[in-house]
Design a protein around this ligand. Structure first.
Ligand code: SAM
Ligand code: 2KA
Ligand code: SF4
Ligand code: MG
Length: 234
């Protein structure tokens, strides 16, 4: 069985959420069941780019990961698109046998049994600004599928409405560690990103959460955007 792969890149650092700063290689799956208005990875979502997505066998995927990591087993981050619309079980089994561990980013719309084989499942339900609607039953199924694996929730915030929505999500899942990250409205890979604008969005988010007595979330920027802007493959 092959998987459709938009890109495999690294080693880089995990720029978002619970593993921020950790060296990792990314496997970006092609194809998504969502169409978020502000998606920063359209080259792995929009069918206009479908011709760039390569069908790969699990051993080909892991050979590329090993080449990029210099054969050193590290954390592999599976993202997309939505990797959960495909079967990454064989890739993860092969990688784990070679000493790699795996984290996966998904919106929580499709549950997979291979979630239980992850070192970390990052569930990133989409707030109102995305234009998508969360199916909480599907989200619950993702948490159940993860079993004993570590699970966190990461929510992108563009505005006050998103923040109110995130607060509801947190009260729905009080046991899930919550990571908030400011939304990046400038996702064109050919245009520069303003570090000051990134800092301003972080400041707004900190003031609207910590400053409003909301004390439990982790609030983090997209570190890779700060370093490399919207460049692909970093
Ligand atoms: C490109 S998505 C791929 C994985 C999966 N489809 C998902 O959304 O979780 C990876 C992460 O990037 C976040 N993201 C996408 N576009 C963004 C933007 N414009 N600003 C900030 N975060 C963004 C998503 O919310 C998600 O947490
Ligand atoms: N460095 C880096 N960190 C990331 N964290 C989540 C990413 C993603 O697109 O899923 C991402 C990415 O594309 N690059
Ligand atoms: S779910 Fe993720 S990959 Fe799919 S459109 Fe939204 S942000 Fe992009
Ligand atoms: Mg990204």
């Amino acid at each position: 069985m092959t998987v459709r792969i938009a890109e495999i890149f690294g080693p880089t650092i995990q720029g978002e959420g619970a593993l921020i700063g950790q060296p990792t290689v990314f496997i970006r799956a092609g194809g998504c069941d969502y169409r978020c208005s502000w998606c920063d990875s359209l080259h792995a979502v929009d069918s206009r780019f479908r011709h760039e997505w390569l069908p790969m066998q699990p051993d080909q995927v892991m050979a590329k990961v090993a080449e990029l990591s210099g054969g050193q087993p590290l954390m592999v981050s599976i993202s997309g698109g939505n990797p959960a619309i495909q079967d990454f079980g064989p890739v993860i089994a092969l990688g784990r046998a070679k000493g790699y561990s795996f984290a996966c980013e998904t919106q929580g719309s499709v549950a997979r049994d291979w979630f239980a084989d992850l070192a970390l499942l990052v569930l990133s339900p989409k707030p109102p600004s995305s234009g998508q609607v969360t199916d909480w039953d599907a989200f619950d199924a993702c948490i159940a599928a993860a079993g004993a694996a570590r699970v966190v929730m990461k929510i992108v915030i563009f505005d006050q409405r998103d923040l109110d929505w995130a607060r509801d999500a947190q009260s729905r899942y009080p046991g899930l560690p919550l990571y908030l990250q400011p939304g990046n409205p400038e996702v064109d890979p050919t245009l520069p990103v303003s570090p000051q604008a990134l800092a301003d969005r972080m400041l707004w988010l900190v003031n609207e959460t910590v400053g409003k007595g909301w004390l439990t979330p982790h609030i983090l920027p997209q570190l890779h955007v700060l370093i490399w802007g919207n460049r692909r493959g970093v």
